[in-house]
Ligand binder design. Structure first.
Ligand code: SAH
Length: 220
């Protein structure tokens, strides 16, 4: 299953990735599926060229168009909160570099991802295709979800939102959950997990985070 991805990779890059995974463990990431995916996916493919020394730092990094590839800790944290089961249908909002989508794929999810910036959407499609990672990607306003592919077992929003978009809540399956950073401003967000139950939505709150803003009809 795990072929090709690491052809031509320098031992230095591979070593840096393993050290990052150790760092994530020290910072409290314990989900084995997530750690294995992070150990597997080469972040350099989703990173701007010529910044090799930054690839495996636990930091967000600019990818153009005022957007960033999320900090690895944040990727791992959000993915762990999703509690993905094999073949779960997962919708990501904010494809960006495509890195988070690749991580979801290697957590055995069936991944759908929506990106609003055309150039990023196309670039992510291209890199995932090159790596033979099967993810459905659509250009559009992700606050409206992906009605034709709904319902989803899990929804992951990778940009900061003022409130949970109603369209996304409506596209969750029964017992499905959405992980989304919510707050009054993009640098003051609390990670939330909203789970659809028979009696409405259960809401849980986790740590504080910063994200780029979720734009669009039900965003900023
Ligand atoms: N998951 C990405 C993180 C990208 S940052 C990664 O792994 O690299 C957040 C992304 O959300 C940006 O690319 C931004 O363009 C996108 N975004 C913001 N508002 C959006 C919206 N309404 N619909 C879809 N994407 C959106």
């Amino acid at each position: 299953m795990f072929t090709n991805l690491h052809n031509n990779e320098s031992p230095k890059m591979a070593g840096a990735r393993m050290r990052l995974v150790e760092e994530l463990k020290r910072k409290g990431i314990a989900n084995q599926t997530v750690l294995q995916a992070m150990a597997h996916v080469p972040r350099q493919f989703f990173f701007p060229p010529d910044f090799e020394q930054y690839v495996y730092r636990d930091e967000a990094f600019p990818i153009g168009f005022n957007q960033t590839i999320s900090q690895p800790y944040t990727v791992a944290y959000q993915t762990a909160l999703l509690n993905i089961f094999p073949n779960a249908k997962v919708l990501e909002i904010g494809t960006g570099s495509g890195y988070q989508a690749a991580i979801l794929h290697y957590c055995n999810a069936k991944v759908y991802s929506v990106e609003v910036i055309k150039e990023l959407c196309e670039r992510a499609k291209l890199v995932l295709k090159k790596l033979d990672i099967q993810v459905q990607i659509m250009l559009g306003d992700g606050t409206l979800g992906w009605p034709d592919a709904a319902p989803f077992d899990r929804i992951l929003v990778t940009a900061g939102a003022p409130k949970p978009p109603v369209s996304l809540l409506n596209q969750l399956s029964e017992n499905g959950s959405m992980v989304i950073p919510i707050g009054p401003s993009p640098d003051q967000l609390v990670m939330k997990r909203m789970t659809k139950t028979k009696n409405g939505f259960k809401e849980e709150s986790f740590g504080e985070f910063k994200f780029v803003p979720l734009k669009g009809k039900e965003g900023w």
